[in-house]
Ligand binder design. Sequence first.
Ligand code: AMP
Ligand code: MN
Ligand code: MN
Ligand code: MN
Length: 274
Amino acid sequence: MKVDLHTHTSASDGELSAASLIQRAEAAGIEMLAITDHDTVAAYSDNGKLMLKTGRLITGIEFSSQWKKTGVHIVGLNISLESDSIKEGVLHQSQARRDRAMRIAEKLEKLGIENVWKNVEAIAGDSVIGRPHFARFLVESGVCNSIRQAFSSYLGAGKTGDVKQFWAPYEKIITWVREAGGVAVLAHPEKYKLTRTKLSLLLDDFQDAGGEAMEVVSGKQSKDITEKLSRLCCQKNLLASVGSDFHQPGQSWSELGQTSALPGECKTVWGRWS
Ligand code: AMP
Ligand code: MN
Ligand code: MN
Ligand code: MN
């Protein structure tokens, strides 16, 4: 089955509207799709009207959080959009995003970069504000040559704009997802660059807090990574998820539905609802 359970729209930092994303998914023959914007479910606001003709649309969100000193992302799948817990979660995180963005702007302005807040707010428009909007500003204003450089010099891990102390704790996020009837999935475990031991500890803590699944496949990844993650997933008795983390057309490593194959031994998260 062609499944993609991690994608972004222009409601957060993706390029396409929900309708265009769905059209693209249909053209790619995707049979199960989840839109998982950063800390928002606004893409589903015309709930009931969004439909995937080639299969099933699953509700979703990607929450930002932290585990110890590491920023981690938790995807909530098959959540009730009307639940109080998701409403509370989205409200909390949108305030956190705004506070964080103002703090990032302040820090960049202290470095001598001018009018950061005003411009970034305009670039973000109705989208949930995030570091990619800062990256665009840094490129558009000539401070950086590329989005990549904006992250490596100003916004990436350990840089001025890497402010993460405002997010809700991971335990809280997992509770919101579960109370909304959903499954909490640890997103792209490989991105956190943890040692094998630390990743195992993270998965144990995640599971103790009620997390039930992990992304064994995130986009196109090496065989080594797939094998390592699928082994971990089986060992921990977690469910396996698959997602491209699609943000925009033209990125070959994260095209909609174009992911590495999930090894057969994994128990799939979509087995829960299909
Ligand atoms: P935020 O949600 O505000 O913390 O921003 C994180 C988002 O920035 C990720 O979801 C990616 O879409 C994007 N991102 C992170 N690192 C990079 C990078 N090195 N180059 C381009 N985009 C990035
Ligand atoms: Mn993103
Ligand atoms: Mn993520
Ligand atoms: Mn994502």
